[in-house]
Design a protein around this ligand. Sequence first.
Ligand code: KMH
Ligand code: ZN
Length: 306
Amino acid sequence: MEKRIVTAAITGAIHTPSMSPHLPITPKEIAQEAVRAYEAGAAVAHIHMRNPENGRPEGNIDSFAEVAAHIKEKTDMIICFTTGGALGMSVEDRLKVVPSFEPELASCNSGSVNFALFHVLERMKEFKYDWEKPFLEMTEDFIFPNTFKTLKQYTQTFKQYGTRPELEVYDTGMINNIAYLISNGYLEEPVYIQFVMGILGGIPATVDNLLFLYNSAKKTIGNFHWSVCAAGKHQIPMCNMALLMDGHVRVGLEDSLYITKGELATSNADQVAKIIRIARELGIDPATPQEARRILGLKGLEKVTY
Ligand code: KMH
Ligand code: ZN
């Protein structure tokens, strides 16, 4: 059986600083968290940036450069740059990481979706920064835009720079979008899909739904690589399910701030170590970054520009 790729999604653009004191904010914290995740066994770091002063998600290219250089200096990890960026960033700005760094891998969101975070406000009483409440509130009326025009532009740019798309799928229809892009020459097979489950606006994180996504993709696309990530309390259960189904897994504070019920994770590395413990109990070994490159057919660290 092939080894499994463990991705750590280090900080994301969803959670806000008031939700956990352990959420990495500055470029230094984000880079150090990636290195810790690597030491715990992660092969891939999925990275977003935040404003170092107040933790607001943003897409500062200098911050990306600082983080990428630090990770490359300390590890041979694969960096999966976000092109989802931060809520409200323009489609053009979100894509800039690809020409700027010519990475091996970057996220490529496979369709538009209501990306809702406003419901978590019910559980929040205090806010560390003024931007947090309006940021979460505005998602009641927010569509995360990834139209066909955008998908064509993104996949062509990825091709131009030799960057493999990690195709985020938030709901079943997006599998159809990917099939269209394959049959029209925008994507090369086998594609790499990240099933993102449990976002309000997307498909709920259930066992039945993961089987349904997988079987739908099998029927529509055929041969593909895949991984799963799931929001909040669904993170570890869905990753368990993926391990049993021969899939890869993504953990990290982007998706869940917890290590177990009611207990915050103090580091991305806690979640990486946990899923690797479970994998090993099942007789499954984590892939090294080099093994992950081979599995996904990546161009190699020597061909990036960071
Ligand atoms: N920024 C979020 C709306 C990605 O990294 O490409 C979606 C996201 C996906 O985080
Ligand atoms: Zn992301």
